[in-house]
Design a protein around this ligand. Sequence first.
Ligand code: FES
Length: 329
Amino acid sequence: MNLHEAPHLQVAARLKLRVVSRAKIARNIVAFEFEAADYLSLPAFEAGAHLEIDCDGLARQYSLCSDPADAKRYRVAVQHDEEGRGGSRFMCERVQVGDTLDALGPRNHFPMTMAPLPPLLISGGIGITPMLSMAWSLHAAGARFALHDFAAAPERQAFVDEIARAPWSANVTRHLGRCDDFAPLIGGFEAGRHLYVCGPFAMIDAVLDTARALGWSDDHLHCERFAAPSSTGREAPARARLPFDVELASTGRRVSVAVGQSVCAALADAGVHVPMSCEQGVCGSCITRVLDGVPDHRDWILSTEEQASGKVFTPCCSRSKTPLLVLDL
Ligand code: FES
């Protein structure tokens, strides 16, 4: 991959969006439609793309779930998380029709590859959202596909009517309850058949582990995570106990990163602000180029290839294997 063209480094447009509809579409899930506040058309987006919406000072990413061929409106769905850090509460409790929101995007960290064999899409809960734009794109391309969507209970199934009305609904199988064995759904590996999964962390891991056990190669497996696991399992105790420095390539200034401090926090203390959203290594907002040094990756968003390249890292959670990292800042 040419990292200069990597989706994680895409520049996003600044948008002003007017809310033209909001509707509760399942328990704790609210769907919003947006138009451009200046009544002009919106930037085109590709299946899998998301918006980063300013939720009263918190940057939060929501997958676009509308048809990418419709340039007039964007649609997202938000799961109301009472225990969250406030983004979904702002969207679900305060945002009303007629309000204007600031946003960045669209950016795509979950792009789809048009391949010769029908792809397999698997979603759980709110993870259905990027799959809808993928389904519209695949349908428009005349491609066959299979979408398996899982929900814990009927009242938690989102987009029931919309999917039933869609011209591609025959490709969708909706499942209730937990899946204990994804192997029959996934099947054996065939080159050119890609798998996309989005949903709860444990479900994504179960799907990916099953696919790998069935012989699927990593370059055919694609996932989007909305949150990191409660325990990341990625701690490297020896290195984590070491401070290091980062250098801003533009000025040569060095900033010390203390034990227990993130690179973003150290930079913020020094007056340098890197865009952030999840602060967990899953959203990609903070991805920064590394010009020298070896990053110690703790994220869940960069591909194996991008991590191995050492040319980008997530300063919200990742650290350094070398005493100094030179950053393209
Ligand atoms: S802020 Fe989300 S990956 Fe760093």
